[in-house]
Ligand binder design. Structure first.
Ligand SMILES: Nc1ncnc2c1ncn2[C@@H]1O[C@H](COP(=O)(O)OP(=O)(O)OP(=O)(O)O)[C@@H](O)[C@H]1O
Ligand SMILES: [Mg+2]
Length: 249
C-alpha cells in the first residue's frame, strides 16, 4: 500500500488528552490507510475508548491533530461534526441500543436522523441489514428479548446501515462466548470486505484481533508502544507485548 497522504483516512498526530490531573493520551499518533482494518490492544483504563471518542469528536483533546478524510476534527463546529459523522459508524462498547425501541426502530433511527429516505426505502434497508447479520426474525423484538450476541449483531447492523466509509468498533465481542465471539469477528471481516469499510477495532479478544487485523497497535502509557501484524507481535520478545500474546498457542 502506498504512503501517499490521500491514502490515509484517519490521521492522528501527537494527541494529548487528560481529565483533570489524569493524563490519558500523551502524544499518541496513528495513521489508518484506506481499506485497512486496524486493531488497538491495551490494558483496561489505558485510554482506548478515549482515543476512539476523540476521533469522532465526542471528546476534545487539548493538543494535537486528528484528521478524518482530510478534515481536522479537533475544534470542528457541531454542524460540521454531524456531517463528518455520517461517514463513520460507531459500535459502542456497551451495546447502546435504545431499550424502549424495537429492533426495527433502532435500525431506522440513523436513517431518519441523517437522510431523507422514504418509508419504503427505510423498510427495505432495515431488512437488508437484518439479512446481512442473520437476524430478520428479530425485527419486531425489543432489545430486552435479545441475547448478548444478538444485541452485538444489531449494533453492527445499525453502525453500517448508512454504508459508512469508516467504522469504529469498541470491544465488539466483549462478554460473548468464544464461538459467538468468533462469529461476530468473522461477520465484521465479511462486512468490511463486502462494503470496503476502513476500520479501527478496540478489543481484548486476541482471536478477534487475529481475524480482523491488518495491523495491531498496543497502547500503553498514552502512546502506541508497539505495532505489527498479528504474527509479528506474537513473536515479539517485548515483555508487555508478550503478556498480551502469552495465551496464544
Ligand atoms: N469523560 C471522562 N471523564 C473523566 N475521566 C474519564 C472520562 N472518560 C475516560 N476517563 C478516564 O480515562 C481513562 C481511560 O479510559 P478509557 O475508557 O479510554 O479506557 P479503556 O482503555 O477503553 O478501558 P477498557 O478496556 O476498560 O474499556 C480512565 O482512567 C477513565 O476513568
Ligand atoms: Mg474502553
Amino acid at each position: 500500500m502506498s504512503d501517499s497522504q490521500n491514502d490515509i483516512l484517519i490521521d492522528v498526530q501527537d494527541v494529548w488528552k487528560s481529565f483533570e490531573d489524569l493524563e490519558v493520551l500523551k502524544g499518541v499518533s496513528l495513521k489508518v490507510h484506506t481499506g485497512s482494518s486496524d486493531v488497538i490492544l491495551g490494558r483496561s483504563g489505558i485510554g482506548k475508548s478515549v482515543l476512539l471518542k476523540s476521533i469522532v469528536g465526542l471528546l476534545r483533546p487539548e493538543q494535537g491533530s486528528i484528521k478524518v478524510m482530510g478534515q481536522q476534527v479537533i475544534g470542528l463546529k457541531t454542524r460540521d461534526l454531524n456531517e463528518m459523522r455520517k461517514s463513520i459508524g460507531y459500535v459502542f462498547q456497551y451495546a447502546a441500543l435504545y431499550d424502549s425501541l424495537t429492533v426495527r426502530e433502532n435500525l431506522e433511527f440513523p436513517l431518519r436522523k441523517h437522510s431523507d429516505a422514504g418509508e419504503e426505502e427505510i423498510t427495505e434497508r432495515v431488512f437488508e441489514q437484518l439479512r446481512l447479520v442473520g437476524l430478520e426474525s428479530a425485527v419486531d423484538k425489543m432489545p430486552s428479548e435479545l441475547s448478548g450476541g444478538m444485541k452485538k449483531r444489531i449494533g453492527l447492523a445499525r453502525a453500517i446501515i448508512k454504508r459508512p466509509r469508516i467504522v469504529l468498533y469498541d470491544e465488539p465481542t466483549a462478554g460473548l462466548d468464544p464461538i459467538t465471539a468468533r462469529e461476530i469477528s468473522e461477520l465484521i471481516l465479511s462486512l468490511e470486505e463486502q462494503f470496503g469499510i476502513t476500520s479501527i477495532t478496540v478489543t481484548h479478544d486476541l482471536e478477534c484481533a487475529r481475524i480482523v487485523a491488518n495491523q495491531i497497535y498496543i497502547l500503553d502509557d498514552g502512546v502506541f508502544q508497539h505495532s505489527g501484524t498479528f504474527d509479528e507481535l506474537k513473536r515479539s520478545t517485548d515483555p508487555y507485548t508478550r503478556a498480551f500474546f502469552q495465551v496464544v498457542v
